[in-house]
Ligand binder design. Structure first.
Ligand SMILES: Cc1cc2nc3c(=O)[nH]c(=O)nc-3n(C[C@H](O)[C@H](O)[C@H](O)COP(=O)(O)O)c2cc1C
Length: 170
């Protein structure tokens, strides 16, 4: 068997108008997926799409200086997603507009995280228990920004028995 016969051909993935040439994505990871890590995963790991760690929409709303330091991306990472969390549709929409104005190609909405800090915001996986608010959050973001978006959801299991996340595109 030659190396060539074991090669797997991966077809590009489309999210809205964005083509992800290699359909391998870097999962968002708090404290890990900073610019240096994202660039390494793109250049060495051949990730077609990278993502920031989760960023609080409320902190963006309040123009928190520490949060704005997390805006560490630049166009050479394109295409990349910025992940936001929060449970208030208007605040999420405002944060989405701000990250897109700062160059984000895709807004990823966190509906997968169970940690208390995220749950207290009304965002993350708790949105999966409140379909009306979850829908309102997605609608508000869709209405506000032009580019495509994704929602990362917890497939089930809850905090004590988490399962891998799934990504839905809108
Ligand atoms: C250290 C760490 C930080 C994480 N931070 C985030 C995050 O910011 N946003 C998010 O949606 N998921 C986060 N996750 C979950 C991962 O994105 C991923 O869904 C999870 O690790 C399961 O993927 P796997 O099956 O490839 O391990 C984090 C996971 C780890 C281990």
């Amino acid at each position: 068997m030659t190396a060539d016969s074991t090669r797997i051909e991966l077809k590009p993935l489309k999210i809205g108008n964005i083509t992800i040439e290699t359909p391998l994505t870097l999962a968002p990871m708090a404290g890990q997926t900073n610019r240096a890590f994202r660039v390494l995963c793109r250049e060495i790991g051949d990730c077609g799409l990278v993502c920031t760690e989760l960023i609080s929409s409320k902190a963006i709303h309040y123009r928190n200086a520490k949060t704005f330091k997390m805006f560490d991306w630049s166009p050479d990472e394109s295409p990349f997603a910025v992940q936001l969390f929060g449970g208030e549709p208007d605040v999420m929409a405002e944060a989405a507009r701000i990250v897109v104005d700062h160059g984000a190609n895709i807004v990823d909405i966190n509906m997968g995280c169970w940690v208390p800090k995220v749950a207290r915001s009304g965002g993350g996986a708790v949105l999966l228990k409140d379909v009306c608010t979850a829908t309102a959050v997605v609608e508000a973001v869709v209405k506000t920004v032009e580019g495509p978006g994704t929602v990362k959801v917890a497939a089930g299991g809850g905090q004590k028995n988490p399962t891998p996340g799934h990504v839905l595109a809108f």
